[in-house]
Design a protein around this ligand. Sequence first.
Ligand SMILES: Cc1cc2nc3c(=O)[nH]c(=O)nc-3n(C[C@H](O)[C@H](O)[C@H](O)COP(=O)(O)OP(=O)(O)OC[C@H]3O[C@@H](n4cnc5c(N)ncnc54)[C@H](O)[C@@H]3O)c2cc1C
Length: 362
Amino acid sequence: MRPRVKEYDHADRYPHELVEQMKEMGLFGATVSPEYGGLGLPASLYARIVMHISSVWMALTGIFNSHLILALAVEKFGTEAQKRQWLPRFASGEVRGGLALTEPDAGTDLQGIRMTARREGDTYVINGTKTWISNSIEGSCVALLVKTDPNAQPRHKGMSLFIAPKGPGFTVGRKLEKLGYKCIDSGEIVFNDYRVPADHLIGGEEGQGFRQVTGGLELGRINVAARGVGIAEGALKLASDYAQIRRTFGKPIAEHQAIQLKLGEMATRARAARLLTLDAAMSFDRGERCDMEAGMAKFFASEAALENSIESMRIHGAYGYSKEFDIERLYRDAPLTCIGEGTNEMQRIIISKQWLKRNPVG
Ligand SMILES: Cc1cc2nc3c(=O)[nH]c(=O)nc-3n(C[C@H](O)[C@H](O)[C@H](O)COP(=O)(O)OP(=O)(O)OC[C@H]3O[C@@H](n4cnc5c(N)ncnc54)[C@H](O)[C@@H]3O)c2cc1C
């Protein structure tokens, strides 16, 4: 992808050709069990793939990252019939998609969503709007969070998650224009009397949607952390290459102490981000609860991506501001990692709550 990334990114064009190659490599089934046609990779290996790709082009990972969270929801919480019906098609990339949670009035406060699903015989009728949904235009299916009981208290008890393939009543709006994270389609979806068979309710029981969505957050946060690591490392590599070539006052700028201080900090941040992310991924692979570890990795790695991209841009001088150099893309892509899978404001609160729970006085 390296030779073509600028062309795709600047034209904001969906990389169909690369998606075909990703299908052949099995990336759409990377974390799906072999029993259902996937590669069954452990999170620690999967995270390294995401890091590697993101060090060049983070947006490309979004095409399979949120797709795999959709697959995880079905594999972890679905009925056996749902797994057999959907997972092989997800794993091959024949059916691709993502997770549709956010609404125009509800992002962080997910329990505040307004989308409703009303049961009518063997179907549910769904109405409402989702926004910012990755893969909503080029994909063909989403895991859709709705309220099956809008009056339930506590609110999460009225939430359910559906496998929602495209069909009548499922209308995708325009591709949203973004600062970075280009090419991948982020769209708004309007559901207007969209009918879905009752057997598309994940797990077959109403009221489990919030638990099912939060159950995928650990892997989701490891995903985003790995993207942050990739950007932090990519920005460092671009900076260190440039600093050894660019000369001022008779020597490469890498020999000026001010630049060395920046490179030293950037290298430390990138390495710490990598280790935190792999630590969380290995804990996930051992089947341990790792919401705090994944949150720490996501928080630290995304901030490292942001800081390293701007420091790398400074090291590039005027050329960092040029669209002909790669660093401007990393600089535009980095902020998304601070928003996705829980903003970093919320992340710190989650970490703190878990920390206090695990460390009572005494
Ligand atoms: C490029 C892109 C792709 C996306 N892809 C998807 C997708 O595929 N599927 C999907 O469902 N969503 C997606 N999202 C949406 C994303 O998950 C939300 O934007 C995110 O959850 C934040 O929600 P919000 O934008 O409504 O911000 P808000 O919830 O309105 O928050 C605004 C600000 O207030 C802060 N805040 C909110 N509540 C608190 C609190 N209790 N304490 C402290 N601070 C608080 C937040 O941290 C933030 O700084 C995407 C977003 C982007 C930009």
